[in-house]
Design a protein around this ligand. Sequence first.
Ligand SMILES: C[S@@+](CC[C@H](N)C(=O)[O-])C[C@H]1O[C@@H](n2cnc3c(N)ncnc32)[C@H](O)[C@@H]1O
Length: 265
Amino acid sequence: MSAFGLKAMKAALLRRALAEYTYLKQEYGEHGYLEATYQHLFLRELETYGLRDRYTPIQSAANYSLLFVVLTSVVGAQPANVLELGCGETTLLLNALLQSGVWRGSLVSLEQDSFWRKEIASAVSTEVVYAPLAERSIAGRPALAYDLSNLKRPLGLFDLVLVDGPTGVPRYSRSACLEFIPKHLAKDFLIILDDYERPGEKETAGLLRQALEANGVAFSEEIFLSNKHQLMLATDKYRPCLYPRHRNGDQVKETVASLRSEHVH
Ligand SMILES: C[S@@+](CC[C@H](N)C(=O)[O-])C[C@H]1O[C@@H](n2cnc3c(N)ncnc32)[C@H](O)[C@@H]1O
């Protein structure tokens, strides 16, 4: 090979390595700097709805980007029935939305930890079910699933499924959600999968997509990047949730007033 050919080959290899690095940085890199933006947006939306900031998004709790997408999705799209895997700050938020009348719907939360279930259940009036983990086979692999024997009634169909539990594992993390998706999904739905930056959650997201596609369900997706990432899958009805925007104050006041008056009567 000529000296010129060698130089061109080195340049091509360098360009490919740079492209790969840029892709990996985007996919797995540090986006924690965006958390302050999400905190600002979450607090701004809370204020718009006249709600107080009572949240402690630290340790394994929801981060601000999750709280923000849950708040804007639920108030904007008004899902009738929500299933939450793993309770905590998001449960407190959904309960506050119900209590204040800015969301009309119902919530069932499943929680694997009896201490944590009690803590959260004592702070909300929604249903928080103690569902200890049981080993089962999910999608042909041994997995940790929720034991549903404490449910008071069979689960129905859910418009929003928030997957933030059980505790993450390295491979096919939180594949317990596949026992509810698509079986317990309403025709139109939104799925929020937290911790999507982790390889195990990415594997589970692959299984979720396969399961939905096998059922002939069409959906769109979007990822929210911050110190933790959220993957959202939505049918057309819930697609606006993938692009949250701040609505003007008068519009919001009108919506909130009408939701609250319907709530009271
Ligand atoms: C990622 S957390 C669930 C977070 C929940 N959706 C929230 O918004 O905080 C997964 C599990 O961690 C446990 N957990 C969450 N926050 C906790 C805390 N502050 N102290 C102890 N356990 C916690 C619970 O068992 C929960 O199901």
